[in-house]
Write a protein that binds this ligand. Structure first.
Ligand SMILES: [Mg+2]
Length: 363
Protein backbone atom coordinates (compact mmCIF):
# COMPACT_ATOMS: atom_id res chain seq x y z
CA UNK A 1 0.00 0.00 0.00
CA UNK A 2 1.15 3.54 -0.77
CA UNK A 3 2.21 5.78 2.11
CA UNK A 4 -0.75 7.33 3.95
CA UNK A 5 -1.66 10.85 2.85
CA UNK A 6 -3.90 13.45 4.42
CA UNK A 7 -5.62 15.77 1.96
CA UNK A 8 -7.87 18.73 2.68
CA UNK A 9 -10.33 20.12 0.18
CA UNK A 10 -11.22 23.68 1.10
CA UNK A 11 -14.22 25.33 -0.49
CA UNK A 12 -15.59 28.77 0.38
CA UNK A 13 -19.33 28.85 1.03
CA UNK A 14 -21.42 30.57 -1.69
CA UNK A 15 -18.32 32.65 -2.29
CA UNK A 16 -19.37 35.59 -4.50
CA UNK A 17 -22.67 36.04 -2.70
CA UNK A 18 -21.01 35.79 0.73
CA UNK A 19 -18.53 38.52 -0.20
CA UNK A 20 -21.45 40.74 -1.26
CA UNK A 21 -23.36 40.02 1.95
CA UNK A 22 -20.30 40.72 4.04
CA UNK A 23 -19.66 44.04 2.31
CA UNK A 24 -23.30 45.17 2.34
CA UNK A 25 -24.76 44.25 5.73
CA UNK A 26 -28.38 44.95 4.75
CA UNK A 27 -28.18 42.05 2.26
CA UNK A 28 -27.35 39.51 4.98
CA UNK A 29 -30.03 36.88 5.39
CA UNK A 30 -31.58 37.92 2.07
CA UNK A 31 -31.66 36.23 -1.34
CA UNK A 32 -28.71 37.75 -3.16
CA UNK A 33 -28.24 36.87 -6.83
CA UNK A 34 -24.89 37.82 -8.33
CA UNK A 35 -25.20 38.26 -12.07
CA UNK A 36 -26.69 40.37 -14.82
CA UNK A 37 -30.11 41.91 -14.33
CA UNK A 38 -33.12 40.04 -15.79
CA UNK A 39 -34.07 42.85 -18.14
CA UNK A 40 -30.69 42.76 -19.92
CA UNK A 41 -30.44 39.06 -20.80
CA UNK A 42 -28.41 38.58 -17.63
CA UNK A 43 -27.15 35.25 -16.33
CA UNK A 44 -26.70 34.14 -12.72
CA UNK A 45 -23.04 33.80 -11.69
CA UNK A 46 -23.76 32.84 -8.08
CA UNK A 47 -26.59 32.80 -5.57
CA UNK A 48 -26.68 33.14 -1.79
CA UNK A 49 -28.06 30.23 0.23
CA UNK A 50 -31.26 32.23 0.76
CA UNK A 51 -31.70 32.55 -3.01
CA UNK A 52 -30.95 28.87 -3.54
CA UNK A 53 -33.94 27.90 -1.40
CA UNK A 54 -36.06 29.44 -4.18
CA UNK A 55 -34.36 27.21 -6.74
CA UNK A 56 -32.00 29.88 -8.09
CA UNK A 57 -28.84 28.29 -9.53
CA UNK A 58 -25.74 29.57 -11.24
CA UNK A 59 -25.78 29.65 -15.05
CA UNK A 60 -29.54 30.16 -15.01
CA UNK A 61 -30.96 33.04 -17.06
CA UNK A 62 -31.61 35.96 -14.70
CA UNK A 63 -35.15 36.19 -16.04
CA UNK A 64 -35.84 32.71 -14.70
CA UNK A 65 -34.14 33.53 -11.40
CA UNK A 66 -36.28 36.66 -11.05
CA UNK A 67 -39.42 34.62 -11.65
CA UNK A 68 -38.45 32.00 -9.06
CA UNK A 69 -37.36 34.59 -6.53
CA UNK A 70 -39.20 37.90 -6.99
CA UNK A 71 -37.59 39.31 -3.81
CA UNK A 72 -34.14 38.50 -5.15
CA UNK A 73 -31.54 41.26 -4.92
CA UNK A 74 -29.59 41.30 -8.20
CA UNK A 75 -25.99 42.39 -7.78
CA UNK A 76 -23.57 43.05 -10.61
CA UNK A 77 -20.52 40.79 -10.17
CA UNK A 78 -17.33 42.47 -8.93
CA UNK A 79 -14.78 40.05 -10.34
CA UNK A 80 -11.85 42.16 -9.23
CA UNK A 81 -13.06 42.13 -5.62
CA UNK A 82 -13.55 38.35 -5.70
CA UNK A 83 -10.08 37.82 -7.10
CA UNK A 84 -8.52 39.99 -4.39
CA UNK A 85 -10.53 38.15 -1.75
CA UNK A 86 -9.39 34.87 -3.24
CA UNK A 87 -5.74 35.95 -3.03
CA UNK A 88 -6.16 36.91 0.61
CA UNK A 89 -7.78 33.57 1.45
CA UNK A 90 -5.15 31.55 -0.42
CA UNK A 91 -2.52 33.55 1.48
CA UNK A 92 -4.02 32.35 4.76
CA UNK A 93 -4.21 28.79 3.47
CA UNK A 94 -0.53 28.84 2.45
CA UNK A 95 0.45 30.19 5.84
CA UNK A 96 -0.82 26.92 7.31
CA UNK A 97 -0.13 24.45 4.52
CA UNK A 98 3.04 25.84 2.95
CA UNK A 99 3.79 24.99 -0.64
CA UNK A 100 1.56 21.95 -0.96
CA UNK A 101 -1.52 23.86 -2.07
CA UNK A 102 -3.28 23.31 -5.36
CA UNK A 103 -5.68 26.12 -6.05
CA UNK A 104 -8.46 24.73 -8.22
CA UNK A 105 -10.58 27.81 -8.71
CA UNK A 106 -11.18 31.20 -7.20
CA UNK A 107 -12.58 29.67 -4.01
CA UNK A 108 -11.33 26.08 -3.88
CA UNK A 109 -8.04 24.40 -3.08
CA UNK A 110 -6.51 21.06 -2.18
CA UNK A 111 -3.93 20.99 0.61
CA UNK A 112 -1.61 18.14 1.40
CA UNK A 113 -0.82 18.33 5.11
CA UNK A 114 0.62 14.86 5.79
CA UNK A 115 4.11 16.07 6.66
CA UNK A 116 2.80 18.45 9.30
CA UNK A 117 1.09 15.79 11.37
CA UNK A 118 2.59 13.84 14.26
CA UNK A 119 3.17 10.13 13.73
CA UNK A 120 0.20 7.94 14.58
CA UNK A 121 -0.41 4.24 15.13
CA UNK A 122 -2.75 3.91 12.16
CA UNK A 123 -4.21 5.71 9.16
CA UNK A 124 -7.50 6.69 10.75
CA UNK A 125 -5.69 8.19 13.75
CA UNK A 126 -3.48 10.16 11.38
CA UNK A 127 -6.56 11.61 9.65
CA UNK A 128 -8.13 12.44 13.02
CA UNK A 129 -4.99 14.25 14.08
CA UNK A 130 -5.55 16.74 11.23
CA UNK A 131 -8.82 18.05 12.67
CA UNK A 132 -7.27 20.81 14.83
CA UNK A 133 -5.33 22.14 11.83
CA UNK A 134 -8.50 22.28 9.71
CA UNK A 135 -10.33 24.09 12.51
CA UNK A 136 -7.49 26.61 12.77
CA UNK A 137 -7.62 27.38 9.03
CA UNK A 138 -11.38 27.87 9.14
CA UNK A 139 -11.09 30.10 12.20
CA UNK A 140 -8.35 32.23 10.62
CA UNK A 141 -10.42 32.78 7.47
CA UNK A 142 -13.43 33.75 9.57
CA UNK A 143 -11.45 36.08 11.83
CA UNK A 144 -9.48 37.79 9.06
CA UNK A 145 -11.89 37.76 6.13
CA UNK A 146 -15.29 37.38 7.84
CA UNK A 147 -16.22 34.52 5.54
CA UNK A 148 -16.92 30.85 6.19
CA UNK A 149 -15.10 27.97 4.55
CA UNK A 150 -15.88 24.28 4.43
CA UNK A 151 -13.15 21.66 4.65
CA UNK A 152 -13.20 17.97 3.80
CA UNK A 153 -10.44 15.75 5.20
CA UNK A 154 -9.68 12.42 3.55
CA UNK A 155 -6.96 10.06 2.32
CA UNK A 156 -7.10 11.49 -1.23
CA UNK A 157 -8.43 14.27 -3.47
CA UNK A 158 -11.48 12.39 -4.66
CA UNK A 159 -12.75 11.74 -1.14
CA UNK A 160 -11.72 15.11 0.28
CA UNK A 161 -13.77 16.89 -2.35
CA UNK A 162 -16.81 14.73 -1.81
CA UNK A 163 -16.39 15.23 1.94
CA UNK A 164 -16.40 19.02 1.64
CA UNK A 165 -19.50 18.94 -0.55
CA UNK A 166 -21.40 16.65 1.76
CA UNK A 167 -21.88 19.19 4.52
CA UNK A 168 -22.06 22.93 3.87
CA UNK A 169 -21.88 25.77 4.82
CA UNK A 170 -19.23 26.08 7.52
CA UNK A 171 -18.66 22.33 7.38
CA UNK A 172 -15.85 20.06 8.50
CA UNK A 173 -16.18 16.45 7.38
CA UNK A 174 -13.65 13.66 7.73
CA UNK A 175 -13.74 10.44 5.73
CA UNK A 176 -11.74 7.74 7.53
CA UNK A 177 -9.67 5.31 5.51
CA UNK A 178 -11.57 2.43 7.09
CA UNK A 179 -14.96 3.92 6.15
CA UNK A 180 -14.33 5.17 2.65
CA UNK A 181 -16.21 2.53 0.68
CA UNK A 182 -19.23 2.78 3.00
CA UNK A 183 -19.16 6.58 2.71
CA UNK A 184 -19.32 6.38 -1.08
CA UNK A 185 -21.98 3.66 -1.45
CA UNK A 186 -25.19 5.75 -1.36
CA UNK A 187 -23.88 8.55 -3.58
CA UNK A 188 -24.92 8.91 -7.23
CA UNK A 189 -22.38 7.76 -9.85
CA UNK A 190 -22.09 11.37 -11.10
CA UNK A 191 -20.29 12.21 -7.87
CA UNK A 192 -17.13 10.47 -9.04
CA UNK A 193 -14.34 12.59 -10.43
CA UNK A 194 -14.44 12.47 -14.21
CA UNK A 195 -18.03 11.33 -14.55
CA UNK A 196 -19.69 14.12 -16.51
CA UNK A 197 -23.17 14.16 -17.93
CA UNK A 198 -22.44 11.88 -20.85
CA UNK A 199 -20.72 9.13 -18.86
CA UNK A 200 -23.32 9.40 -16.15
CA UNK A 201 -26.14 8.90 -18.64
CA UNK A 202 -24.36 5.85 -20.09
CA UNK A 203 -23.83 4.37 -16.63
CA UNK A 204 -27.43 4.95 -15.61
CA UNK A 205 -28.70 3.39 -18.80
CA UNK A 206 -26.70 0.30 -17.95
CA UNK A 207 -28.26 0.19 -14.48
CA UNK A 208 -25.50 1.84 -12.44
CA UNK A 209 -27.13 4.52 -10.33
CA UNK A 210 -25.23 4.67 -7.07
CA UNK A 211 -21.55 4.15 -6.40
CA UNK A 212 -22.55 0.94 -4.59
CA UNK A 213 -23.68 -0.41 -7.98
CA UNK A 214 -20.17 0.21 -9.33
CA UNK A 215 -18.45 -1.24 -6.25
CA UNK A 216 -20.49 -4.44 -6.40
CA UNK A 217 -20.39 -5.13 -10.11
CA UNK A 218 -18.32 -7.97 -11.52
CA UNK A 219 -18.78 -6.67 -15.05
CA UNK A 220 -15.73 -5.12 -16.70
CA UNK A 221 -16.63 -1.42 -16.88
CA UNK A 222 -14.36 -1.03 -19.89
CA UNK A 223 -17.22 -2.29 -22.05
CA UNK A 224 -19.12 0.86 -21.03
CA UNK A 225 -16.58 3.63 -20.61
CA UNK A 226 -13.54 2.33 -22.48
CA UNK A 227 -10.03 2.32 -21.12
CA UNK A 228 -11.11 4.46 -18.23
CA UNK A 229 -13.14 1.57 -16.78
CA UNK A 230 -10.46 0.28 -14.45
CA UNK A 231 -9.83 3.70 -12.95
CA UNK A 232 -13.55 4.26 -12.55
CA UNK A 233 -13.83 1.05 -10.58
CA UNK A 234 -10.93 2.06 -8.35
CA UNK A 235 -12.44 5.48 -7.71
CA UNK A 236 -15.79 3.90 -6.87
CA UNK A 237 -13.89 2.04 -4.15
CA UNK A 238 -12.39 5.29 -2.87
CA UNK A 239 -8.92 4.74 -4.36
CA UNK A 240 -7.28 7.79 -5.91
CA UNK A 241 -3.56 8.43 -6.02
CA UNK A 242 -3.58 11.63 -8.08
CA UNK A 243 -0.94 13.97 -6.66
CA UNK A 244 -1.57 17.65 -6.12
CA UNK A 245 -1.13 19.53 -9.37
CA UNK A 246 1.25 22.32 -8.38
CA UNK A 247 2.01 23.64 -11.86
CA UNK A 248 0.34 26.93 -12.64
CA UNK A 249 -0.01 26.51 -16.37
CA UNK A 250 -3.03 28.32 -17.72
CA UNK A 251 -5.39 25.85 -19.28
CA UNK A 252 -7.79 27.17 -21.84
CA UNK A 253 -9.61 26.29 -25.04
CA UNK A 254 -11.17 28.57 -27.60
CA UNK A 255 -12.91 28.80 -30.92
CA UNK A 256 -13.00 31.71 -33.37
CA UNK A 257 -14.75 32.57 -36.62
CA UNK A 258 -13.77 35.23 -39.12
CA UNK A 259 -16.70 36.32 -41.24
CA UNK A 260 -16.51 36.48 -45.03
CA UNK A 261 -18.18 39.86 -44.73
CA UNK A 262 -18.22 41.95 -41.51
CA UNK A 263 -21.58 41.56 -39.82
CA UNK A 264 -23.70 42.93 -36.99
CA UNK A 265 -26.58 40.61 -37.80
CA UNK A 266 -27.83 39.23 -34.46
CA UNK A 267 -29.15 35.86 -35.70
CA UNK A 268 -25.88 35.23 -37.55
CA UNK A 269 -23.79 36.14 -34.51
CA UNK A 270 -25.96 34.10 -32.17
CA UNK A 271 -25.76 31.07 -34.42
CA UNK A 272 -22.00 31.48 -34.57
CA UNK A 273 -21.68 31.70 -30.77
CA UNK A 274 -24.01 28.78 -30.27
CA UNK A 275 -21.90 26.65 -32.60
CA UNK A 276 -18.72 27.66 -30.78
CA UNK A 277 -20.30 26.97 -27.39
CA UNK A 278 -21.35 23.49 -28.48
CA UNK A 279 -17.96 22.76 -29.99
CA UNK A 280 -16.20 23.78 -26.76
CA UNK A 281 -18.69 21.88 -24.61
CA UNK A 282 -17.92 18.79 -26.65
CA UNK A 283 -14.21 19.23 -25.98
CA UNK A 284 -14.91 19.60 -22.26
CA UNK A 285 -16.83 16.34 -22.30
CA UNK A 286 -14.06 14.62 -24.19
CA UNK A 287 -11.43 15.63 -21.64
CA UNK A 288 -13.81 15.35 -18.66
CA UNK A 289 -13.33 19.00 -17.78
CA UNK A 290 -15.50 21.93 -16.76
CA UNK A 291 -14.73 25.63 -17.15
CA UNK A 292 -15.09 28.42 -14.65
CA UNK A 293 -14.36 31.36 -16.96
CA UNK A 294 -16.11 32.29 -20.21
CA UNK A 295 -14.64 34.95 -22.47
CA UNK A 296 -15.73 36.52 -25.72
CA UNK A 297 -13.53 38.23 -28.24
CA UNK A 298 -14.64 40.60 -30.98
CA UNK A 299 -12.68 42.24 -33.75
CA UNK A 300 -14.03 45.15 -35.77
CA UNK A 301 -13.38 46.19 -39.37
CA UNK A 302 -10.47 48.39 -38.27
CA UNK A 303 -8.91 45.41 -36.43
CA UNK A 304 -9.61 46.83 -32.98
CA UNK A 305 -9.97 43.75 -30.78
CA UNK A 306 -11.80 43.57 -27.45
CA UNK A 307 -12.23 40.71 -25.00
CA UNK A 308 -14.57 40.42 -22.04
CA UNK A 309 -14.81 37.64 -19.52
CA UNK A 310 -16.81 36.43 -16.57
CA UNK A 311 -16.08 33.74 -14.00
CA UNK A 312 -18.57 31.53 -12.22
CA UNK A 313 -18.25 29.51 -9.05
CA UNK A 314 -19.96 26.42 -10.38
CA UNK A 315 -17.89 25.30 -13.36
CA UNK A 316 -19.78 24.97 -16.62
CA UNK A 317 -19.95 21.90 -18.81
CA UNK A 318 -22.88 22.47 -21.00
CA UNK A 319 -23.12 24.33 -24.29
CA UNK A 320 -26.39 26.12 -23.51
CA UNK A 321 -25.01 27.63 -20.29
CA UNK A 322 -21.76 28.69 -21.96
CA UNK A 323 -23.79 30.28 -24.75
CA UNK A 324 -25.94 32.20 -22.26
CA UNK A 325 -22.89 33.71 -20.59
CA UNK A 326 -21.37 34.63 -23.96
CA UNK A 327 -24.55 36.40 -25.13
CA UNK A 328 -24.72 38.25 -21.87
CA UNK A 329 -21.13 39.48 -22.16
CA UNK A 330 -21.80 40.79 -25.68
CA UNK A 331 -24.98 42.54 -24.55
CA UNK A 332 -23.61 43.85 -21.27
CA UNK A 333 -20.74 45.69 -22.83
CA UNK A 334 -22.55 46.48 -26.07
CA UNK A 335 -19.85 44.90 -28.15
CA UNK A 336 -21.96 44.65 -31.30
CA UNK A 337 -22.55 48.32 -31.97
CA UNK A 338 -20.44 47.99 -35.12
CA UNK A 339 -20.12 45.08 -37.56
CA UNK A 340 -17.73 42.34 -36.50
CA UNK A 341 -14.94 40.90 -38.53
CA UNK A 342 -14.28 38.15 -36.02
CA UNK A 343 -16.12 36.58 -33.11
CA UNK A 344 -14.48 34.21 -30.65
CA UNK A 345 -15.44 32.30 -27.54
CA UNK A 346 -12.95 31.00 -24.97
CA UNK A 347 -13.06 28.90 -21.81
CA UNK A 348 -10.45 28.92 -19.07
CA UNK A 349 -10.15 27.94 -15.45
CA UNK A 350 -10.54 24.37 -16.64
CA UNK A 351 -10.93 21.78 -13.93
CA UNK A 352 -11.90 18.19 -13.55
CA UNK A 353 -15.58 17.45 -13.60
CA UNK A 354 -17.31 15.96 -10.64
CA UNK A 355 -19.82 16.46 -7.92
CA UNK A 356 -22.36 18.07 -10.14
CA UNK A 357 -25.41 16.84 -8.29
CA UNK A 358 -24.06 17.47 -4.84
CA UNK A 359 -22.95 20.95 -5.74
CA UNK A 360 -26.31 21.81 -7.19
CA UNK A 361 -27.74 21.31 -3.75
CA UNK A 362 -24.96 22.49 -1.55
CA UNK A 363 -22.60 24.75 -3.50
MG1 LIG B 1 -17.56 27.36 -3.15
Amino acid sequence: MAAPRVIFHLDMDAFYASVEQRDTPEWRGKPVIVGGPPERRGVVCAASYEARTFGVRSAMASVTAGRLCPEGIFVRPRMEAYREESDAIMGIVRRFAGKLVQQVSVDEAYLEVTAQLPEQPDYDALLQSALPLAREIKAAILAERHLTATIGIAPNKLLAKIASSSFKPDGLTLVPESGKTAFLRPLPVGTIHGVGRVTEAALQKAGYHTIADLQDTTTDLRSLVGSWGRELKRMACGEDDRPLDLGDEVKSISSENTFARDTADRPVLRACLRGQADELAQKLTQYRLAASTVSVKVRYSDFTTLTRQVSVEEPLEDGAAIYRFACWLLARDQLVKRPLRLLGLGLSGLQEVNLRQLKLNLG
